[in-house]
Design a binder for this molecule. Sequence first.
Ligand code: IMP
Length: 227
Amino acid sequence: MHNIIVLATNNKNKVKEFQEILKDSSVQIKCLQDYGPLPEAIEDGETFDDNAYKKSSHYARVLGLPCLADDSGLVVDALDGRPGVYSARYASDNATDMENCDKLLEEMKGQKNRSAHFQCVLSLATPGGPALTWEGRCDGEITTERRGESGFGYDPVFFYPDFGKTFAEVPMNTKSEVSHRGRAMAEFAGEVDKVLVWVRQRMEEIKPQKPDHKEFEHNDWSEERMV
Ligand code: IMP
């Protein structure tokens, strides 16, 4: 039996992480690429929560399937919470990870308070609107220079005290055990059976018409539709 949940991302690493976490459950994780070109969600929310829900509910409606989206970023105390929801485009709209890290190091020059945390919100939305959320947080400090080569984003400037290293200096699976995203995913995975019952009930409520194409016959939410 397969219960499809679409992960609202094209990031292959996130898809792999979820598939790994849910490998013993009946959930089959798909990603947006499995469904071809789709109208994109607009992420103009002011909180991680807003943006995660905007993404998950947009794709749930477009596909007529339960969709899971995450939104995450870095919150720096001395910068009043910046870069926050603007983490991906902190230095500029098309900033590279390195440009974002450099801008952060520049802004933090001379700052004594280096406390920061990564925050992640996971939102699972159904096509009718109702959604569930999970959160994960990971506390650390901003370094004074980039250190390490692995990971992405702000990993080279995020020092995790328990490791005595930056996130870019440890393997991905070590980071995932304590990271904001890893923690939110673990929360979700811990209650996945209950969540599936909840999703099934929400899908029943909207009772979509039977599709007249074969593509989704393997899917146990079975009666999904395209809009
Ligand atoms: P997204 O919501 O996962 O796309 O993340 C938005 C931005 O937050 C990314 O482009 C990164 O700059 C930053 N970010 C989120 N999670 C991490 C992480 O685990 N390590 C480093 N940077 C992260």
